[in-house]
Each structure stands twice: as structure tokens, then as C-alpha cells.
Design a binder for this molecule. Structure first.
Ligand code: MRU
Length: 352
């Protein structure tokens, strides 16, 4: 079994770095990327070296600690200036995953609490909170897995989309946390892994994680999901989320909505697994969720390697996420329990 290092963490080597698995290199190579400044962390988030909503939040929190650590400010006013710039840079990386903004908000709270403190104390407090966010995320994922156990029967065939695994979180995963917990509880499950175009997070990352755990899995291309559902070979769908609106509408990797419609057509339950930090209580519904649009080359090429759209005049559209309306969601599993419709009430009851 491959021993997988933490997705993202603080290392005190080289005077303090944010260390992460470079997910753009998987599955061919398991390489670590050490960031020595906040620009490196921001670029790593943008190019998906670190990705997945909770992991982006962890990286941003550690990025703020790094900015404080590396700042050469000699007075607190200049330190605050450096940190405001770092915050703006990190906040501009990816718009959809609310965990990014949640984590930056948590770091702002530390700054408020330490308004009168010395520079060294501010640095220490920011790092302590960032490391706590990482540890908390791992615990939350494990709780999500435990809370889902009653939903995953013995012998279940589970379809998942994108990667909501250890790589997308501080460890264990949300959707894959549900799958891991069922496997650890002795359920003989099997996972259908959607390849997840354009960037193949399913093929490259989810299949890799499941293989490492010895969990039986079958890789399919995204357009095969309806066929295997029609064959009666899928018992439930479990996905993660980047942002959940207060009414239970769910933003997740592009293609999730398609899977949800197909699941609805075949009476297959669709479960969303996410920590409470993914719920945006300020957004009434999913149509308000900002959807990231990414580089056209992700669509016109396969894995940045082979050009597939040879006509230079063809228009390209590359939304990275879509929104599944809450009526297609059977339950939202969080670390606090299982929410069902009406979501406005059940999610409100979970608010931290
Ligand atoms: O573009 P990505 O790879 O960051 O998209 C990730 C997803 O859509 C995940 O499903 C989501 O962030 C949940 S991760 C626990």
C-alpha cells in the first residue's frame, strides 16, 4: 500500500514552508511542493497543485501563516499591510469553494484578537490557528464518514464524481471518507469512478486513492454513468461539494448536475458529503454561487498533452463547477449529522 503524505501541512524546514502534494503530477509521480512564500501557495491553488474545497481552505490558512512568517515587517502596522496583501492574493485564486473564504475569515479573527500583540505573537497565533484548521478538517472528515454509515448498505455499488478524497481535504476525504468508513466497517462495497473531464480528477486521483486503500473500484468515462445506472449497477451516488447554499443547492465539480439528474431518473439516492464550513449561509440559493471559468486549453486538450480540438475558430466554454438543485439531493452528510429536506431548516440547525 502506498504511504501517502499529508495533502498540505506546515513544515519548519528551511525557516518554515507550506508543504503539499503536487496533485498535478499524480498519479505518475508523488512529488512534494514546498512553498516559501504566499505567491507560491496562491499559484499552487490556481493550477490545482492543491485542490478540493477543504484542502484549498487549509492551504489558504497556512498561506497566511507563511506570509506572517516571511514578512520582514518590524512593526505591527507593516505586518498587517503584508497580511492584507496576502489575504487579497489568496482570495483571488479560485472563486467557488467557500472553504477558502471561510479559512481566510478564521485567520482575520485571529488578527482581530491579536490586535495589540507583538509581531512574534501574531505569527505564532496565525500558525497555531492554521494548524488547528488542518487538524479539525481531518476530524470532521472522519465524523462525516461515521455519520454516513447507516446510508451505505453491505454490498453497495457507489458512484462518485471528481475527487473528494484525502487529497481534497486534510486527509480521509468527504465523499471518499464516506466510502472509506464503510470499507473500514467491513462493508463489501464497490465504487464506480467517473473519470471527470476536463482535468480527470476521478481517473488520476480518486482511482489512485481507492487503489492505495484496496477498495474495489471501476473507472468509467463521464458519459457512461447513465448506462451503468440503467443496468441497475449503481445503488447510490456520493459526491463532495465546493459550496452549499442555505437552501441545500450544491455546487460541485462540473458534471455533478448531470449525474444528479441521471440518479433522479433511476431513483438512485444522491448523497452530498461536506463539512459545515462548505455551507454558505449567506447565499439563499445556488444561482448566487460564483462559478469559476478556467483556461480553454483544459477543454481543447486532453490532460494538457494532446490537442483534440483542431479547428482554431471553435468557441470553448469551461465552467469548472455546476449547481445541483436541492430537490435532487437525498441527504447532506456533515460532521454534525445527516441533513434532509427541507434543507433551509436542517442546515440552519447545523450552523457552528
Ligand atoms: O477543481 P477541483 O478539483 O478543486 O474540484 C474539486 C471538487 O469539485 C470536489 O468535489 C469538492 O471540492 C469537494 S472536495 C472534498
Amino acid at each position: 500500500m502506498t504511504r501517502v503524505p499529508p495533502t498540505v501541512e506546515w513544515s519548519s524546514e528551511d525557516g518554515g514552508v507550506v508543504r503539499m502534494i503536487d496533485q498535478t503530477r499524480l498519479p505518475e509521480q508523488l512529488l512534494m511542493l514546498d512553498c516559501q512564500d504566499v505567491e507560491c501557495v496562491a499559484q499552487a491553488i490556481e493550477r490545482l497543485s492543491v485542490r478540493g474545497a477543504p484542502a484549498i481552505g487549509c492551504a489558504a490558512a497556512l498561506g497566511m501563516a507563511l506570509a506572517a512568517h516571511r514578512s520582514d515587517a518590524t512593526d505591527t502596522a507593516s505586518l498587517r499591510g503584508d497580511l492584507a496583501a496576502a489575504r487579497d492574493r489568496l482570495a483571488a485564486t479560485r472563486p467557488t469553494a467557500v472553504n477558502l473564504f471561510w479559512a481566510l475569515g478564521e485567520m482575520d479573527r485571529v488578527l482581530d484578537q491579536y490586535r495589540e500583540a507583538e509581531i512574534a505573537q501574531v505569527r505564532e497565533a496565525l500558525l497555531a490557528r492554521a494548524e488547528e484548521i488542518v487538524q479539525d478538517d481531518l476530524q470532521r472528515c472522519m465524523a462525516i464518514g461515521r455519520n454516513a454509515l447507516d446510508l451505505i448498505p453491505q454490498g453497495a455499488n457507489i458512484l462518485t464524481h471528481c475527487n473528494a478524497g484525502a487529497l481534497a481535504t486534510a486527509g480521509y476525504g468527504t465523499a471518499l471518507g464516506v466510502i472509506r468508513a464503510a470499507h473500514e466497517a467491513g462493508r463489501e462495497i464497490h465504487v464506480w469512478v467517473d473519470e471527470t473531464r476536463p482535468l480527470l480528477q476521478g481517473a488520476r486521483l480518486t482511482a489512485w486513492e481507492l487503489c492505495a486503500e484496496g477498495i474495489p473500484a471501476t473507472l468509467i468515462t463521464d458519459n457512461m454513468a447513465g448506462y451503468v445506472m440503467g443496468q441497475g449497477r449503481v445503488d447510490c451516488v456520493v459526491v463532495g461539494s465546493d459550496r452549499i447554499a442555505a437552501n441545500g443547492d450544491v455546487a460541485n465539480k462540473i458534471g455533478t448536475y448531470t449525474v444528479a439528474v441521471l440518479a433522479g431518473r433511476h431513483d438512485i439516492p444522491l448523497y452530498v458529503a461536506a463539512p459545515v464550513s462548505t455551507i454558505d449561509y449567506d447565499l439563499a440559493s445556488g444561482d448566487l454561487i460564483p462559478i469559476e471559468e478556467r483556461d480553454h486549453a483544459e477543454v481543447s486538450m486532453l490532460a494538457h498533452r494532446v490537442e483534440t480540438a483542431v479547428c482554431p475558430d471553435v468557441a470553448i466554454y469551461n465552467p469548472a463547477f455546476d449547481v445541483t438543485p436541492s430537490d435532487l439531493v437525498s441527504a447532506i452528510i456533515t460532521e454534525k449529522g445527516v441533513a434532509v429536506a427541507p434543507y433551509a431548516e436542517s442546515l440552519a440547525a447545523m450552523r457552528d
